[in-house]
Each structure stands twice: as C-alpha cells, then as structure tokens.
Ligand binder design. Structure first.
Ligand code: COA
Length: 140
C-alpha cells in the first residue's frame, strides 16, 4: 500500500477559470516505484501547452523548446490532474506558453479533498507551414 501524502499545508486553490486539460492517471502511467512517471506528465504538459499555441497560431505548431520544467510534488494514480496554460510571449514565429499543473486528491479516500500544485513548465512552440518550416504568427 502506497503512502499517499495528505499534507493540508500544501493545499492551494485551483486557479480561476477552466483548465485547458483535465485527466486522471492510471496504473499504466506509473514508474517502477509506483508513482506517476515524469514522462507521462511531460507529455500531458506538451499537449496542454500546444492548445493555446495552436489557437493563437491559427494552425499547426511544433514544440521547439522546453525552457523549464519543475516537478514540485509527485502525482499519484487516481489524482484529478488539471493543466492550466497561458501564453506569456509571442515572437515572430514562436509562441511561449507557461503551464501549471494541479492535482486534487483525498475525496476518494473519504477525506477532505486537497489541491496541490505539482508541476510548473514553460515551453516554446513554433508556428509551421505545410512544409514544416516556421511561419509568421498571424496578428492578434
Ligand atoms: C520547430 C522548427 C520547425 C524550427 O525551425 P528552425 O529552422 O530551427 O527555426 P528558427 O531558427 O527560424 O526559429 C524559429 C523560432 O523558434 C525560436 N527558437 C528556436 N530555438 C529555440 C530555443 N532553443 N528556445 C526558444 N526558442 C527557440 C526562435 O527564436 C524563433 O522564434 P521567433 O521567430 O519568434 O524569433 C524545427 O526546429 C523543428 O522542426 N524542430 C523539431 C520539432 C519537433 O519535432 N518537436 C516535437 C518534439 S520531438
């Protein structure tokens, strides 16, 4: 039986507004130790960040850089994981997005649900054309 941290001191409110993505990790998403694999979170973060980038670019984008990625707290099977993504910079062909990830847990165990900030990341996407070459981001 895993010892799931239930530290109310870590509790934070969810950000205002709707997350761009919300999902629940499954046992198949764990590493050998039974916690959620960092690569699963990175994949979800990349997807979440691409959504505002695609909308702003009005078309296809490619991830060119992961500028920063911090796993602040572990994620566990059954957590309700919410991804919030905000564009923080628009260049000539690139769009940089900050993604914050929160996990809600506890309700299923019969306790009070707490919300923990688990990950912070900044990624840069490039608007690309049909030949996968950079294209200028359209005017706002
Ligand atoms: C994305 C890609 C098309 C960009 O092509 P490129 O010839 O390297 O593009 P450029 O050098 O003209 O740079 C394009 C933009 O990306 C930015 N950029 C490039 N490298 C960057 C980096 N390491 N960090 C942040 N921004 C970067 C540039 O500053 C430029 O932005 P701007 O136009 O807003 O000033 C190309 O690198 C590529 O296809 N990469 C693989 C993408 C991919 O497969 N991603 C999935 C992960 S496997």
């Amino acid at each position: 039986m895993l010892n799931i941290p239930y530290d109310s001191a870590l509790h934070v409110p969810l950000p205002e507004g709707q997350p761009i993505l919300r999902t629940v990790p499954m046992p198949s998403d764990t590493n050998y130790a039974g916690d959620i694999f960092g690569g699963w979170i990175m994949s979800q973060v990349d997807t979440a960040g691409s959504i505002p980038a695609i909308r702003r670019a009005r078309g296809r984008v490619a991830t060119v850089a992961v500028n920063s990625f911090v796993f602040k707290q572990p994620v566990f099977v059954g957590d309700i994981v919410s991804f919030y993504a905000n564009i923080i910079k628009i260049g000539r062909t690139s769009i940089t997005v900050a993604v914050s990830v929160y996990a809600q847990r506890g309700a299923r165990e019969g306790g009070e649900e707490i919300c923990i900030k688990v990950t912070e990341a900044v990624l840069t996407y490039v608007a690309i054309d049909e030949n996968r070459r950079p294209r200028v981001v359209p005017q706002g």
